[in-house]
Every structure is written in structure tokens, then in C-alpha cells.
Write a protein that binds this ligand. Sequence first.
Ligand code: ADP
Ligand code: MG
Length: 372
Amino acid sequence: MASVELRNVTKVFDKKVTAVSAANISIKDTEFVVLVGPSGCGKSTLLRMIAGLEDISSGEIAIDGKVVNQVPPKDRDIAMVFQNYALYPHMTVYENMAFGLKLRKFSKDEITQRVNEAAEILDITHLLDRKPKALSGGQRQRVAVGRAIVRKPKVFLFDEPLSNLDAKLRVQMRTEISKLHTRLSSTMIYVTHDQVEAMTMGERIVVLKDGRIQQMDTPLNLYHYPANKFVAGFIGSPAMNFLDGELVRDDGLWFICQDLKIKMPDSRRQELESLAGTRVVMGIRPEHLSVKNTAPQTDGLHNITARLEVVEPMGNEMFLYLKAAGQILVARLNLTEKPQVNSDIAIGLDLQKAHFFNPQTEEALQVYTKQN
Ligand code: ADP
Ligand code: MG
């Protein structure tokens, strides 16, 4: 068990590709932190630097308060689980799990005990004599995790460990890794490009883009208070809708976007007043759009007319793709009947929940009023 501290950690490959830029992350002992971002944003590089598999160009990494920049991977007391499992094909499951302990000269009894214990936790005791090729993808994944557990490391690192599994198994393994974290109460750093995995597993999430940390917070704070347009669009599915427009003062405060004239509720005037006369991007989540019988009881509701172009029924809810002000808006609704496509319908926007961003810097313009 240990804390992990990154101070201004930068990684430049071949003197030209900056994969990670001045990352500052402070991970507490026993915390489960997820690093999330699109492909190529530097997640693996960051994790590999913590593991010691990649040199740090500048900055400092400390584990348990001790700077480890010069400490080789084998002495960092860290175990890493990779996307491709990296099992030895000629060894049995038992031998795969025991291998790292043998190298470290553990006694035979200790090895047997640790492997059996890990196998039991992961429910793979009946597979110990098999070779990897006789295992399913999910079972191989468990063995890879088992190989990390037997080491009883201070810190676990996971690099997209579920990417090769089918959707159903991924959901199942997600909860198992969360349970494992509770059971072992160890520090875990988990990398994924999947925002749903990040939201469901992380105690805290670090959102990365182009090697830079965009925001670091709890899942719900990222959802409710995104620091910029990128985080707002990345967290949540379907993604937040964005409308480019202008805030105008005229008997109240209005958001104007092409032919849409939307009056902002009085409750938000004070907060938005200083933005009057400027161009802004309004962001509104699909779940904050409504039709008549799904409308919330709020004074922040504003109706617009939109053309319904496509309906995707998901069973428990429907995604409506609408056209208004020349843009596509997505609504996520709880409807029992499929509405008529190619018709004009009234859509309510819950403006209490609208976000505003600077169109140039994309920074959030206001901390939208906390509900609690
Ligand atoms: P992610 O894991 O988020 O997909 P990576 O950390 O693998 O991203 O890569 C981040 C950036 O660094 C990418 O632009 C990638 O091409 C580059 N990169 C990664 N490894 C190397 C390397 N060994 N040499 C040069 N560039 C690299
Ligand atoms: Mg990667």
C-alpha cells in the first residue's frame, strides 16, 4: 500500500513528440484512480513511467514519499496488468502466476500459498493446470490479474485490461476489479479510453488530452462541473450537445443561436450577467432535454421546436436525434412510445442544467450552481 505522487512529469520522445506534459497527480494510499482519454493522449506513457518501464524526461515520481526516478522497475514494488495479458504460452496457469515469485526467490511453500490464495480470490483454482491456449479471454485476463496479486505489490497498474473482452464480460470484470480493490485495499491506477469504465470504477478520474491533464475529480463532479468543453463532451453518453451563440441583455438575459431565442431563467441571471454581449458555447446534456410528459418541474424550462430526424429505441429509454438552429441535438428520454420521425416536436431545454464555455479557450465560464 502506498501513495503515488507525480510532480511536473513530462515525457518527450525522440526530442519531438511530447507524450505527457507537466503532469501533477497526487494519488492517496488505497485510492482507485482512473486515467482516461482518447487514444494517443499519453495514458500508457504515464503508466509506464510510474512502473519505471519508460524514462522520465523531466519531473519527479514518488512512491510512498520516496522519489523513484532512478529506481529500476523490479525494485518499485509495483505490478502491472497489460491489455494483451502477456502470459507465457508454454507455462501452466500455476507456473505463470508463480514465475515472478520464483525469480524473487520466494520459498516453495510461500509460492504455493500465495498462488492458491490468488486463484481462490479470482475463482480460477480449477484452471491452475491448464496452459493459456486452453483458456477463454476472460480466464486469461484473470490469470494476468492473479499474477499481479501474488506479488502483493504496493501499487497495481492496469493498462486497458478489459479492451480485448466482449461487452458483457467487460461489464462483469469491471465489477470484479472494483471488488478486488475493496478486498485488497491497495492503491490502483487504471487506464482506459472508455469513459463508462472510468465513471463506474474510479474513485477519482484524471481526464487527459494531448498529454495534458484537463481535470481531476470524482466521477460525479466531472459530470456536473466539467472544467472545459473537452471534459464536458468526453464524460457522459450520448455526448453533451453544444450550441454556438451569444448572450444578449434585452428584458432579461437571452441566448441567441441562429433562429433560436432562448430566455435564461431568472435564477441564473446573476451568475451569467457579466457574460452579456459575448459569444458563448452553451452545453446541454441529452438527459436535460424533454418532451411534454418527461419535462421536469423547473422554472428553467424553455421550449423550442425541433425536427425529429432519427429515433433509437434502447428499450429502457430512447435517443432522439433532432435538428434545430441548423445543428443536431440528441435527447435521451424515457418514452414508452416511439414518436413520429420527420415531424416537428416541442422540446424542452432545462436551462438550470445548461453549461457555458468560452468559444476560444473552451474553458467553462461559470461554475454552474451546485444543486445541494
Ligand atoms: P495512449 O496510451 O493514451 O493511447 P500513448 O501513451 O501510447 O497513448 O502515446 C502517447 C503519444 O506518444 C502518442 O502520440 C504516441 O504516438 C507517442 N509514443 C508512445 N510511445 C512512443 C515511443 N516509444 N516513441 C515515440 N513516440 C511514442
Ligand atoms: Mg495506451
